[in-house]
Design a protein around this ligand. Structure first.
Ligand code: ZN
Length: 278
């Protein structure tokens, strides 16, 4: 490392002449290395001999490895006292940058808040729309289900004859509805035909339907059947024409109700619970 030395007239003055002051601010030495060594001249716009001397100091510092640009040093030296120091300017610039950053940050935050508010409003509107659509769909399903699950009378225009109970010392597990042969016999609700054919047990032409709730109806003594096993039927759908086939003493529909395909119950009471009055 080269040793700094001074010779002849370049030796720094022991004391300032002509009242000029040369100040090498320690803080600036540390904070403006990149810009070079800053020298403040008390008055002259031209480099004084003393300033030139300090420039040599600067060059020497550069020789020690610090990047002190002589021109930058000179320009800084030309900076008059009373002008704001580069530290002040740096501080002001920093303040401006902080202010601008904060302003930009606030603007960004406001924009983000507005975007979030807009997105939330859109999401709420979409949710409300979906909820309304779901409500409409649910209502439609409810109506369709109510329509499919409604119960209706098996025949129109009948006379109640033998009811559910003992008749001539024998159990009659049905409700007989006297009606002219050829009267339309209808499914009581939605269901599946589980039997359609001739009964060897005295029921004549019989159709059995298992409904959506598991109940099975028997409709006997028909003159003609209109459905076959496995067929899906809807409430009120024609399934047969009434008649007087099998063990029958006159044209009528013999109706049995077997809840859960089990033992028969009184049809009138059972249908009454489903708003069907016989
Ligand atoms: Zn009967």
């Amino acid at each position: 490392m080269p040793k700094t030395s001074y010779t002849g007239r370049h030796r720094p003055a022991a004391k300032p002449s002509r009242g000029r002051q040369f100040v090498v601010p320690v803080a600036l030495l540390s904070s403006t290395v990149a810009g070079g060594l800053v020298i403040r001249d008390a008055g002259a716009s031209q480099l004084s001999p003393e300033a030139a001397a300090m420039k040599n100091v600067s060059n020497s510092v550069a020789g020690l490895g610090l990047s002190a640009d002589p021109d930058a040093v000179a320009a800084a030296a030309a900076n008059r006292s009373g002008a704001r120091s580069s530290r002040d300017m740096a501080r002001d610039a920093k303040t401006l940058i902080i202010g601008a950053t904060q302003s930009a940050s606030q603007t960004a935050n406001a924009a983000q808040a507005a975007a979030e508010k807009s997105a939330a409003a859109k999401a709420a509107a979409a949710k409300a729309k979906a909820a309304a659509a779901a409500k409409v769909a649910a209502a439609a399903r409810q109506r369709a289900l109510a329509k499919a699950h409604r119960w209706v009378s098996p025949v129109a225009g009948y006379t109640l004859t033998s009811g559910f109970g003992f008749r001539w010392g024998k159990m009659h597990p049905a409700q007989d509805l006297a009606c002219p042969t050829g009267s339309t016999v209808r499914a009581l609700s939605s269901g599946t035909v589980v039997f359609a054919g001739w009964s060897n047990e005295g029921y004549g032409n019989m159709v059995k339907i298992r409904y959506w709730d598991g109940t099975v109806s028997w409709m006997a003594h028909n003159s003609r059947l209109l459905v076959s096993v496995g067929e899906e039927v809807s409430p009120g759908q024609r399934v047969a024409y009434s008649g007087n086939t099998g063990n029958s003493t006159g044209p009528h529909l013999h109706l049995e109700i077997h809840p859960g395909d089990g033992s028969p119950v009184a049809p009138r009471a059972w249908l009454a619970e489903r708003s069907v009055r016989l």
